[in-house]
Write a protein that binds this ligand. Structure first.
Ligand SMILES: NC(=O)c1ccc[n+]([C@@H]2O[C@H](COP(=O)([O-])OP(=O)(O)OC[C@H]3O[C@@H](n4cnc5c(N)ncnc54)[C@H](OP(=O)(O)O)[C@@H]3O)[C@@H](O)[C@H]2O)c1
Length: 292
């Protein structure tokens, strides 16, 4: 079993790199070995490696910058995943890919289900949605795991931003009118491992069983605002006494890309299909901040 992993320098890719190796011969490709912004390079690399499983957490993830780099974001997030899927069909591989709550507009009052209508508010969300469609149309065994508000001890994320600001400032302003479920990259990687193991046991590649393909939502449990997330980070860091945390509305923090006000994803489908539960976001955050 050859497992090809992209994006190992990223948050989810880095965790996957440490976790999925026991399921087969893990081959990682970085941006130099496989640049997803160069579509012509994708098929030759796949035909050379001939993986059985492709796991693709690599993506263009700079949400605000995507507003001005829409061509590049579309190539990496939509064209490349479609070509990975086509290459997977040629070599008989299955594909695990990651997507985002930003495919929704956030107007729903309740957590989004997989089949709810999409309506991305920003370029990044549009490119990720196009990537989902490009994969789903190819007819291979595939899993698209939509997650949200990902953090880890590495890379660019809200946890690291708040920890940095806490060292530099005595007050921090944080938005309280966007709701979501902060999700530890390691939790996503651990569940991906469990899901892939189950798929392989159920002969995923041989049968292409439709119940084992499709879009699945996977986030930590519970909900909070960015402000609530920041407060918890400061509490766990024992830094909350020294810093004043001020709530602001989204309108006071304009960004190039509009974000959905409700980022919550309903996880029932993945729970039923694979019998797994994600940790509560507060527990995962404590574990993450206590880990190395
Ligand atoms: N972060 C979130 O809050 C969030 C939320 C929902 C969904 N997601 C999705 O989850 C997945 C993983 O996100 P993440 O936060 O772990 O990502 P990340 O930390 O930003 O890492 C992205 C990875 O993609 C690689 N990459 C970027 N451009 C590439 C290219 N042209 N060719 C090859 N590799 C390229 C990066 O390599 P370099 O390090 O070399 O640039 C890096 O390894 C993505 O599909 C993302 O859309 C993320």
């Amino acid at each position: 079993m050859k497992i090809l992993l992209t994006g190992k320098t990223g948050q989810i890719g880095g965790e996957l790199n440490n976790i999925v190796g026991d399921l087969g011969n893990l081959i990682t490709v970085d941006k130099e070995q496989l640049d997803l912004s160069k579509p012509n390079s994708i098929e030759p690399v796949m035909l050379d490696i001939k993986p059985d499983i492709i796991i693709n957490p690599a993506a263009y993830t700079a949400v605000d910058k995507a507003e001005e780099e829409s061509g590049l974001a579309m190539t990496v997030n939509a064209i490349a995943p479609g070509l990975l899927a086509k290459a997977a069909r040629k070599v008989g591989a299955g594909l695990i890919h990651y997507s985002t709550d930003y495919v929704f507009d956030g107007c729903s009052e309740i957590p989004y289900k997989e089949e709810d209508p999409t309506n991305p508010l920003n370029v990044y969300g549009k490119t990720k949605l196009a990537g989902e469609k490009a994969i789903a149309n190819v007819g291979i065994p595939f899993l698209i795991i939509r997650t949200s508000w990902v953090y880890s001890l590495h890379g660019k994320n809200f946890l690291r931003t708040i920890k940095k600001l806490a060292k530099e400032k005595d007050k921090i302003q944080v938005i309280d009118d966007q709701i979501g479920a902060p999700t530890w990259a390691r939790s996503v990687a651990l569940k991906t491992h469990q899901i892939l193991k189950q798929c392989l046991n159920k002969k995923w590649l041989e049968t292409n069983d439709p119940s084992l393909s499709g879009i699945f939502h996977l986030t930590c449990q519970g909900k909070t605002s960015w402000h609530g997330f920041a407060r918890k980070i400061l509490n766990i860091s024992n830094a909350s006494q020294n810093i004043k945390l001020i709530t602001i509305p989204t309108s006071d923090y304009p960004t190039p890309a509009t974000r959905p006000s409700n980022s919550l994803l309903n996880n029932e489908k993945i729970q039923k299909a694979f019998g797994l539960n994600m940790p509560h976001w507060e527990d995962a955050l404590k574990d993450c901040m206590g880990s190395n």
